[in-house]
Structures are given as structure tokens and as C-alpha cells.
Write a protein that binds this ligand. Structure first.
Ligand code: SF4
Ligand code: F3S
Length: 104
């Protein structure tokens, strides 16, 4: 599966949702997540993210991100259409520690 990681938070560019063939992105207030059981591992979303926030779970250290993506994809609503990024997306792009500060 692929997962949405830290740098999506407070950016939410949503280019990813446009290309997903199985519509497995879910939307919270400040970030998106991918449902790990619905993702078919096609990989097309990864290069689409301007914030470079999407990663394959085969990379080291991804276990906690898979858990987080799973947990919230079961609570949040599906998102299938691109919308405007968050108002200060450029400012927050690359800021460290976003998970602790702004995850929602
Ligand atoms: Fe969707 Fe493919 Fe990305 Fe999985 S890897 S979230 S199926 S676009
Ligand atoms: Fe987030 Fe990147 Fe998608 S910033 S909303 S994972 S395009």
C-alpha cells in the first residue's frame, strides 16, 4: 500500500485524489489518508503530490503511518475531486513536526 505522510498536513494539495483509480483517499481537516486495504499499489499518486507526501509502505519506518492511515480512513469521508489547497499551503510545505502540531 501507499500512505500519506507528514508533509500533506496543512498543505492538502489534493492532486492525488484525481488520479487514484479506486478512490481510496479520505479527508480530515488538515490532511488526507489512504485506506491501506483499498489501495491497489498502482503508485500513480506518488509523483502527483507537490509536497512529496505519499510513500510506499516498503520504505523503512512506514509502519506507524500505515496504522494512522488505516485508523482515519475508517472515520473520515472519502474525497474524489481535487479542490483548492489549504490557504497557507506554501508556508507549511516542508515544516518539520507537522504531525505533532497540526494533525487533524
Ligand atoms: Fe490510489 Fe494507486 Fe495511490 Fe493506492 S497507489 S492510493 S490505488 S493512486
Ligand atoms: Fe496531500 Fe499531496 Fe494529496 S499534499 S492531499 S498527499 S497531493
Amino acid at each position: 500500500t501507499y500512505v500519506v505522510t507528514d508533509n500533506c498536513i496543512k498543505c492538502k494539495y489534493t492532486d492525488c485524489v484525481e488520479v487514484c483509480p479506486v478512490d481510496c483517499f479520505y479527508e480530515g481537516e488538515n490532511t488526507l489518508v489512504i485506506h491501506p486495504d483499498e489501495c491497489i499499489d498502482c503508485g500513480v499518486c506518488e509523483p502527483e503530490c507537490p509536497a512529496d507526501a505519499i510513500r510506499p509502505d516498503t520504505e523503512p519506518g512506514m509502519e506507524s503511518w500505515v496504522e494512522l492511515n488505516r485508523k482515519y480512513s475508517e472515520i473520515w469521508p472519502v474525497i474524489t475531486q481535487k479542490k483548492d489547497p489549504m490557504p497557507e499551503a506554501e508556508k507549511y510545505d516542508g515544516e518539520p513536526g507537522k504531525l505533532e502540531k497540526y494533525f487533524s
